[in-house]
Design a protein around this ligand. Sequence first.
Ligand code: OSB
Ligand code: MG
Length: 368
Amino acid sequence: MRLARTCLREIHLDLIAPFQTSFGASHHRRIILVEVEVDGAHGWGEVVAGEDPFYSYETVETVWHILRDHIWPLLKNREFGSASEVFDLLAPIRGHNMAKAGIEAAIWDAEARIREVPLWKLLGGTRAEIPCGVSIGIQPSIDALLAKVEKELAAGYQRIKIKIKPGWDIEPVRSLRERWPGIRLMVDANSAYRLEDAPLLIALDPFYLIMIEQPLGWDDIYDHSKMQKLLETPICLDESIHSAADARVAIEIGACRIINIKMGRVGGHAAARRVHDVCKERKTPVWCGGMLESGIGRAHNVALSTLPDFVLPGDVSASRRYWTEDVIAPEVEVTPQGTIRVPSGPGIGYEPRLDRIEALTVRKESLA
Ligand code: OSB
Ligand code: MG
């Protein structure tokens, strides 16, 4: 296979409602879409980098620069046997996994279309229906939170994750548990606590959360191993895991019992597969995280979630929770049982709506 052309587009999309985490609020998204042409087939990928370097150091601007000035020169006209080789071709570039993942995912989509198979089958997926959860941002009041959760449970979602931060942690969890003792409930701190906050996190144990995601430093693994020893609740790592090597270290030193895999954070589908395999060999369950993706990124997350060790419901939910109108057809929909039926068409199995994408585009650059 040979990568002939790449088109970078930045689109702007307004979120239906602001999404608030411990590191800030998001009202609209700037999203880079990557379109590649491989052996005459087109493939699409999405970059999950944020507008600001608050989740990771990558931003929309660093990604545009790295893709155009460093990744493209390495891949331009390059011959390769399969998309599975692309991540290793990019090894000279250190880090910048979100930039790498955006183009690598597009090449996987193109390869699946060339081979006329669904991407999830090409990736080695084993389930045609994936379990779904929702991630609920920090709310202005407990009543607002209860109303949101009620709505998502009624829609069928199989687990509820709420964002927490100091001052919005024990009380919202207590309120949810009082109202719904039986639901699968978890929290995500996005690195808002320190080891010294152990008593507060221990106070969450009686609420039998299925996990607490990334309580400590965004680049820490060691202190999480100390925290995990103090908690009954399993720790799940998100921000700290950038590679299969990170996952191996984290599991071996007891820093977590569950891992959230985001393709963008680890560098694409091939890298995600390696993290998955390390976890599976060590009997550590994984689930697929989300980054407020448009339909393109959402479709890739659906495909990734079909791998065997994705046994927990992920943050992969319906398009309509985020967007009044998505950029793919059909949109990603969730069944009343809280699952997504994986599409059977070639590639990501959803078609990019070019007219809509063009209308939302604020910046475009063709690399050839
Ligand atoms: O930590 O999982 C996270 C969104 C932006 C940045 C980080 C995170 C999130 C989410 C949203 O939790 C998940 C989703 O896309 O539904
Ligand atoms: Mg997270």
